[in-house]
Design a protein around this ligand. Structure first.
Ligand SMILES: [Zn+2]
Length: 350
C-alpha cells in the first residue's frame, strides 16, 4: 500500500508496522490528531482564503516522546505548504559588506587562550572575548562567508576542536566534558557574520548532556537496550532514517524546531562528511541560519557522538522562531513535515 508521505498519515504507517515495531513505537511515543475549528467573519474572508485554504478546520498532530518529554505540534495549514526555499536576496551583499571584521584578522584582533591557539589549514582558535564558561574558545574559519559545506574544511574544524579540547584539558585536568557548537548567522545567535564555531570544556557536563546520559542509563535499566538505537529504529521503520558512511541520520518526529536532523556516530571526525551532506541539503532548501551541536562523551572515553542540527528560519524575518511554547511549554510549534524533509534527503543519498 502506498501511503502519502506526510506526518498526518502517522497512524497509517504504524498500522503497517510489525508487532515488535508497534510495541517499540508505543513504548516511546504517543500522539494525537485533532481538528482546531474557527469561524471567519466575512470582512476578512477574502484575505484569509488567499493566505490559508480551509482555515476553519485545522488538523493538528501533536507527537510526544514519553521518555524525554520532547513534544512537537504540527499544524496542517503550515506543514502542508511546500518547503519555502526563498533566500533574502541581499544576504550575499550583507556577508560581503561585513568583511574586514576582527575574525578576518584573528592573530592580531582576537585574544588567544592563555595556553595558546590551535591552528588548522582552514581555521584557528581564539579565546572567546566574553566567555559563556571558564574554558570557551571560538574556532574562526579562514573563510569569511559562514555558509561552508566543504567536508574537508569541516573535518579541519573538528580536528582543531579535538586538539583544543586536549590542550584545554592539559591546562585544567578537571575539565573533561567537551561541547561543540556552531551557530550560523544572527537568527541562530551568532554575533558576527564571519564563519565560526564554538567549543567549551568543563568539569561538569552541560544540562542537556546530563539529561541524555541519565535518559540512556534509566532506559537501559528498564528495557535493556540503547535509547538512541531504539529511537533510530522507530524512525527507520517510518522511512525517516538513513545511514551515510558510518553515521546514522534521522529526521526527528519531535523536532525542537524547523527541519531538525539528528546524527549518531561513534567517531567525532567521521561526522565531517555527514555534516557536509546535511548542510548541502539545508542550503538547497533555503536554510541559511542554523544551530548545530555535538554532544560528546567525556574526553578519552568511547561512546556515541550525538549531533543535532536545526534551521532557525528566514533571516529577513523579524519575528523570532522561538516563543513561549518552545521556552516554557516545552512543546515546539513546527511547520516542516519530517516526511517531506526525508524525501529531500533521499534525493541526495541516491
Ligand atoms: Zn571576516
Amino acid at each position: 500500500m502506498n501511503i502519502a508521505k506526510n506526518i498526518y498519515n502517522l497512524p497509517k504507517f504504524i498500522k503497517n508496522f510489525s508487532e515488535e515495531e508497534k510495541n517499540l513505537f508505543n513504548r516511546i511515543y504517543t500522539f494525537y490528531i485533532k481538528t482546531g475549528k474557527l469561524k471567519v467573519p466575512d470582512k476578512i474572508k477574502p484575505w484569509i482564503d488567499k493566505k490559508f485554504k480551509n482555515c476553519e478546520a485545522q488538523k493538528i498532530i501533536r507527537i510526544t516522546n514519553k521518555i524525554t518529554f520532547e513534544s512537537t505540534l504540527f499544524n496542517e495549514l503550515r506543514a502542508k505548504r511546500p518547503i519555502d526555499v526563498k533566500v533574502s536576496e541581499d544576504l550575499n551583499e550583507i556577508i560581503e559588506k561585513s568583511k574586514k571584521d576582527p575574525f578576518c584578522n584573528p592573530f592580531e584582533e582576537t585574544p588567544s587562550d592563555v595556553f595558546g591557539r590551535v591552528e588548522g589549514r582552514h581555521c584557528v582558535t581564539a579565546s572567546n572575548i566574553a566567555k559563556y564558561d571558564y574554558l570557551h574558545a571560538v574556532i574562526i574559519f579562514k573563510d569569511h562567508n559562514p555558509l561552508t559545506e566543504d567536508a574537508k574544511k569541516i573535518k579541519d574544524y573538528l580536528e582543531v576542536a579535538l586538539k583544543w579540547f586536549e590542550k584545554a584539558n592539559k591546562f585544567d585536568k578537571k575539565a573533561t566534558y567537551p561541547f561543540f557548537m556552531w551557530n550560523c548567522l544572527w537568527r541562530a545567535g551568532a554575533s558576527l557574520i564571519h564563519g565560526h564555531a564554538q567549543i567549551l570544556i568543563s568539569e561538569e557536563p552541560y544540562g542537556k548532556q546530563k539529561f541524555y546520559t541519565q535518559i540512556r542509563e534509566t532506559y537501559k535499566l528498564s528495557y535493556g537496550s540503547e535509547y538512541f538505537e531504539d529511537i533510530y529504529k522507530i524512525h527507520k521503520s517510518l522511512g525517516l532514517a538513513f545511514t551515510y558512511q558510518k553515521t546514522k541520520i534521522m529526521v526527528h518526529i519531535t523536532p525542537v524546531k524547523e527541519k531538525e536532523i539528528l546524527l549518531f556516530s561513534s567517531d567525532f571526525l567521521e561526522l565531517a562528511e555527514p555534516i557536509s551532506l546535511i548542510l548541502k541539503i539545508y542550503y538547497q532548501l533555503g536554510v541559511r541560519s542554523f544551530n548545530l551541536a555535538i554532544f560528546m562523551p567525556p574526553l578519552n572515553s568511547e561512546d556515541i557522538f550525538f549531533t543535532r542540527i536545526v534551521d532557525r528560519g528566514d533571516l529577513s524575518n523579524r519575528t523570532s522562531d522561538i516563543g513561549g511554547m518552545e521556552l516554557y511549554a516545552g512543546t515546539s510549534v513546527v511547520a516542516t513535515d519530517p516526511f517531506v524533509l526525508a524525501e529531500e534527503i533521499k534525493k541526495f543519498l541516491k
